[in-house]
Write a new protein. Structure first.
Length: 118
């Protein structure tokens, strides 16, 4: 493998690692879907997403922001207010997640073909 091939391979595996970290984590998908539904503040997200802890939510918000899927906006108020929104990349990922849900529904809704009578 030459240097350019190694760089492309390294870049591709980094992208797949990020994808696995986001899509492979049930909390990340839940956070993205909740923000897509209009829930933008950390406290509201924590109340909306059943079972998520403050620590996990904070870590996921930080990770999703770092990956460029969420945008964080802080307001200089007392008490401080923070809101999250989807970036264009985050909206694209939401569409993909919705397509996966549709496919899953289609697959589970389809009746298996019988092998009898052939």
């Amino acid at each position: 493998m030459n240097i350019n091939e190694k760089k492309m391979h390294s870049r591709a595996s980094n992208v797949y690692r990020k994808l696995e970290d986001v899509v492979g984590c049930k909390w990340s998908v839940s956070v993205l879907l909740a923000i897509d539904a209009g829930i933008s503040r950390p406290g509201a997200l924590e109340r909306h997403i059943s079972g998520i802890s403050t620590k996990v939510l904070s870590e996921r918000l930080r990770k999703l922001t770092t990956y460029g899927l969420l945008e964080k906006q802080s307001f200089p108020e007392v008490p401080p207010r923070t809101e999250y929104s989807l970036t264009p990349s985050g909206r694209k990922l939401i569409r993909i997640i919705q397509q996966i849900h549709t496919l899953d529904s289609t697959l589970h809704g389809a009746k298996p073909k019988s092998s009898k009578g052939n």
